[in-house]
Design a protein around this ligand. Structure first.
Ligand code: S3P
Length: 174
């Protein structure tokens, strides 16, 4: 069975939808950001600050390739920038179905801020997104979406997530 790759901006719900979808399909879930942190032994913000984005992208490509070879028919939650490299786009196209979780940048930002708030409430370290750490994260999300949209739209399935619960999105994908 082919893999299901979830692609889309930060805050589009890839991890949440991924975990529900994997349960529903009885497939393993592979989270590329988590696998990168495991492989490098460092948190993503540290990888960006110490070694730069190019280094991160190279790790991301290596981990994506390994993930596709790791399990048969997994649900693979990617990082928002996985589509930037053409080898990743070709690999995903060849080894599965790409599902683009579409979200408006305004909504993505609200979700990300809510995640940060919940992490603080629960005493966890909030997840940092190095590409969104500047003074205007909304403008950055809008810019990233504009750049990446042509690649996201190559997906076999485009799923608009706005106003839908994760369960509804999963149902739609299934
Ligand atoms: C990135 C998104 C992040 C993570 C890294 C880079 C991006 O993943 O891979 O910070 O380039 O958009 P999420 O999409 O899970 O936030």
């Amino acid at each position: 069975m082919q893999h299901v790759f979830l692609i889309g901006l930060s805050g589009s719900g890839k991890s949440t939808v991924g975990s529900l979808l994997a349960q529903k399909l009885g497939k393993p879930l592979l989270d590329i950001d988590m696998l990168i942190e495991e492989e490098c032994g460092e948190r993503i913000p540290t990888i960006f600050t110490r070694y730069g984005e190019d280094y991160f992208r190279t790790c991301e490509s290596r981990v994506l390739l390994k993930a596709t070879q790791m399990a048969q028919g997994a649900v693979i939650a990617t990082g928002g920038g996985v589509v930037v490299r053409s080898e990743n786009r070709a690999l995903m196209k060849a080894s599965g179905i790409r599902v683009f979780l579409h979200v408006e940048p305004e909504v993505a930002l609200v979700r990300l801020q809510e995640q940060q708030r919940m992490a603080q409430v629960h005493g966890n370290k909030p997840e940092e997104r190095p590409l969104l750490s500047g003074p205007d994260p909304l403008a950055r999300l809008q810019q990233l979406l504009a750049i990446r949209m042509p690649w996201y739209e190559e997906a076999e399935l485009v799923c608009r997530t706005q106003g839908k619960s994760a369960e509804q999105v999963v149902q739609e994908i299934v």
